[in-house]
Design a binder for this molecule. Structure first.
Ligand code: G3I
Length: 325
């Protein structure tokens, strides 16, 4: 059968969890079908940064070693995300100078450790609300900063200094759906360009559903590409049980609807300029372990492989969307 990564001229990624790597079918599916991995959890601050001067590398090393052993690239996720600030860090207070000093040390230490082994990083994740304003209630520190965007720009600089070859991304959800958020991102990108801040790409997580409007997706992607940056569909999964109904059945017809949406998204991505294509990463490997089961509180079937690691219609839809399929 055709293998996605052999047909794509950009990265075919999957978010992995080290907890599942001992399951042979899981590890083999990752090795056979994907060209890069993102740690679903293990490379976040909460797991690495144990104290102001302490780091726990075991989980992140497991991901990077697995990738190296299997010729897979690693996309680092994510350096600065308010949801994964460790407790001790949040309790250390939000004096912006001390806060930034700590974040700089964290970025330099983490990016430095994986220099040459992690090809790209989500430097900042989810800093804007859908209406384009900066998040502040979720993370009081940014309310005390007089120029939060300036702080984030310096985070990109710290990462670039630690590994000048790494591609640096800003990552968020609903970028193609929320035009105000997308405008705020575009404003930040042009400011960074004017100030010589090293930003190379934008990620839209692409947690969408079979009912997501196709024109909105297409137009939003074109608008993102107008920045001239690399575009990463960084956490792609397609919800089918949109009513979160207990009695939902993933019938052949439902599977075909999902396959059509995967195909549409891949075709839209393929229509971007060749030098702006980076990767399409699915947020997980198999329906068996999708994060949506907990989050969506309903049975979901959002990925390319079913719970028995069989290629779904969605896999064939993804493949059909590739230019040289
Ligand atoms: O595995 C441990 C378990 O040993 C421990 O007992 C338990 C106690 O809390 O935690 C378990 O770890 C969980 C981890 O996933 C691994 O399964 C964490 O609680 C849980 O918070 C973590 O959730 C992840 C979440 O980000 C927060 O980091 C999800 O797997 C992951 O899918 C989700 O991914 C995010 C992206 O990073 C950003 N975009 C949205 C996306 C979905 O929320």
């Amino acid at each position: 059968p055709s293998i996605l990564k052999e047909k794509a001229n950009f990265g075919i990624g999957a978010a992995i969890k080290t907890a599942h790597l001992a399951e042979l079918a899981y590890a083999n599916t990752v090795k056979s079908h994907f060209s890069q991995v993102t740690a679903e959890w293990e490379m976040k601050m909460e797991l690495i940064w144990s104290s102001a001067t302490g780091y726990n590398w075991s989980n992140a090393d497991r991901v990077v070693d697995f990738a190296k052993d299997n010729d897979l690239e690693v996309h680092g996720h994510t350096l600065v995300w308010y949801k994964s600030f460790p407790g001790w860090f949040k309790n250390a207070g939000y004096d912006s100078t001390a806060f930034e000093d700590r974040v700089r040390a964290y970025i330099q230490t983490t990016v430095g450790r994986y220099k040459g082994r992690v090809k790209s990083w989500d430097v900042a994740n989810e800093i804007f609300n859908d209406n384009g304003t900066l998040r502040s209630t979720d993370c009081p520190v940014f309310a005390t900063f007089n120029d939060p965007i300036g702080f984030y720009g310096r985070c990109f600089k710290y990462a670039h200094e630690a590994d000048p070859d790494a591609k640096l991304f800003y990552n968020d959800y609903s970028v193609v759906l929320a035009s105000a958020k997308r405008s705020a991102i575009k404003r930040m990108v042009s400011r960074f360009k004017n100030e010589g801040i090293p930003i190379h790409g934008i990620g839209d997580q692409f947690h969408y559903r079979v009912t997501t409007d196709k024109n909105t997706i297409k137009n939003g992607l074109t608008d993102m590409a107008s920045t001239g940056l690399l575009i990463h569909l960084s956490e792609l999964d397609i919800i089918v049980n949109v009513q979160q109904s207990e009695s939902y059945a993933f019938t052949q017809a439902e599977a075909q609807k999902q396959a059509d949406m995967y195909r549409f998204i891949v075709e839209s991505y393929e229509s971007l300029p060749a030098d702006q294509k980076f990767a399409i990463t699915t947020w997980g490997v198999t329906d068996k372990y999708t994060w949506l089961t907990d989050y969506w509180h309903a049975k979901e079937y959002p990925l390319l492989f079913d719970q028995h690691y069989q290629e779904k219609e969605a896999y064939r839809g993804f493949l059909a969307g590739l230019k040289n399929n």
